[in-house]
Design a binder for this molecule. Structure first.
Ligand code: GLC
Length: 436
């Protein structure tokens, strides 16, 4: 009986694996990059692609490296890797390249970036792949590009070397409408806002998406950046929205460690290694500024007012992934997370259900995202919180198996919401399943 059940379980896991592989193939363009989902997000997104390469590497290594090579085609001379690469035209997304008008001679791209997970996912893909020789030769060739990307973050987004890198746009954090950005966004003037038409609401229930008010701020910021020709240092001085996102800062710290590791395998110079070590050292010293000891969590900071953005979000728990926090704080956060299970059966909600702004359906204001869960799972493991980490894995697995590869999930029922056939959910499933 037991063996019958086991074989049933493993055949259903195999079916889901085959479906996930098929989904990536269906969302693949020119055998080179993967769109997050057709219609809603028809281009190449930065951190989506990095996570998606981890799915590819489990069954097609060449395609995994091609994904990264395509992403890097959009890298700007300044080192920035944009948040969207518009390889081809599409009418189903706003704002497209004609709105961004970002002067990138390499390719049509957006004018902002996204959480820098690249170095970490390259390391993970390398560790997972079979053909190490081929992988290492590719990684060697892209090492200067990853270094330039990290340099862009440290020099352009932290010009005074504080150890905290700034972000100027909620889209850059990848957690678009997180409650953390509500207050800082109020400083963005809307007087000169040009008329625009959203396209996302044509396919998705508006109750699941950021509001029109949020969009006004997103577009006003974009228009402001355009006026200043996306001059990063100038924007550091004048952007009305300037936050140190706990997510981006944690991800960059982890990426610096992973970059250092990869440098030991490549032909990197001692000088470059020292540069990365210095960045990491600066971040380690500054990291405590994110800690809110009253709440027992790490939080983003509004760099204009200097205040912490006092919420318990999934971003708070990304600090575990940084590897920079003391064990003591990690165990306080693990208890906080554990306590959140009374209200939200499916961890990790993007906002604690105790918060008045919690909304179990609305994008980053409650729902659960597979890639975030993976990062928190991995972070908990660093701090020996294996039990809680496994609970997060199991919750994600149940949601995916029951509702398929959706954009995100309701933290109460586990129901899949948002875009269908979502690449990074399928990719995460493939990689995570193998890693377990
Ligand atoms: C949304 C998400 C962002 C993601 C993008 C494409 O904007 O908030 O994190 O990269 O969609 O999936």
């Amino acid at each position: 009986m037991l063996s019958f059940l086991k074989s049933l379980l493993s055949s259903s896991t195999n079916n889901t694996r085959i479906q996930a592989q098929q989904l990536l193939r269906d969302n693949s363009e020119d055998d080179a990059y993967t769109v997050p989902t057709r219609v809603l997000y028809p281009f190449q997104w930065n951190w989506d692609s990095c996570f998606t390469s981890l799915g590819w590497v489990t069954f097609d290594e060449d395609r995994a490296w091609a994904e990264i090579a395509s992403l890097l085609k959009g890298q700007c001379r300044s080192g920035k890797i944009p948040h969207i690469i518009f390889h081809k035209d599409s009418e189903s997304y706003f704002p497209g390249p004609d709105i961004w008008q970002y002067d990138n001679p390499e390719m049509k791209t957006s004018g902002i970036s996204q959480p820098p997970v690249l170095a970490t996912t390259v390391r993970m893909a390398y560790e997972r792949c079979k053909n190490k020789e081929q992988a290492l030769s590719f990684i060697n060739s892209i090492m200067p590009k990853i270094l330039a990307y990290h340099r862009w973050w440290h020099e352009r987004r932290d010009p005074h070397s504080t150890g905290l890198v700034a972000t100027y746009h909620p889209w850059e954090t990848g957690r678009d409408n997180s409650v953390e950005w509500d207050e800082p966004l109020k400083a963005v003037p809307l007087d000169d806002l040009q008329p625009y038409v959203r396209k996302d609401l044509a396919t998705i229930n508006p109750a699941y998406r950021p509001t029109n008010e949020d969009y006004d701020y997103y577009v006003a910021l974009l228009q402001l950046f355009k006026t200043h020709k996306y001059d990063q240092i100038k924007l550091y001085e004048i952007s009305p929205f300037k936050v140190a996102d706990i997510g981006i800062n944690s991800i960059l710290a982890r990426a610096n460690s992973d970059l250092l590791y990869m440098m030991t395998l490549c032909d990197s110079s001692e000088e470059d290694r020292q540069t990365v070590l210095n960045w990491l050292d600066m971040q380690a010293k500054a990291f405590e500024r994110f800690w809110n000891s009253d709440r027992g969590v790490y939080q983003s900071i509004n760099l204009i007012t200097g205040e912490k953005l006092d919420f318990v979000t999934s971003g708070s728990f990304l600090s575990l992934w940084s590897g920079l926090i003391p064990f003591e704080n990690a165990s306080i956060m693990a208890s906080t997370l554990e306590n959140m299970r009374h209200a939200t059966k499916v961890l990790v909600p993007s906002l604690s259900a105790d918060d008045a702004k919690y909304d179990r359906y609305r994008y980053w204001r409650g729902p659960v995202w597979a890639i975030i869960n993976f990062m928190i799972y991995d972070g908990l493991k660093i701090y020996d919180q294996k039990l809680l980490a496994d609970q997060i894995f199991n919750a994600t697995r149940t949601a995916i198996k029951t509702y398929g590869f959706k954009e995100y999930y309701d933290p109460v029922s586990g129901e899949g919401l948002g875009g269908d056939n979502f690449s990074w959910t399928a990719a995460m499933w493939l990689y995570w399943l193998d890693k377990k």
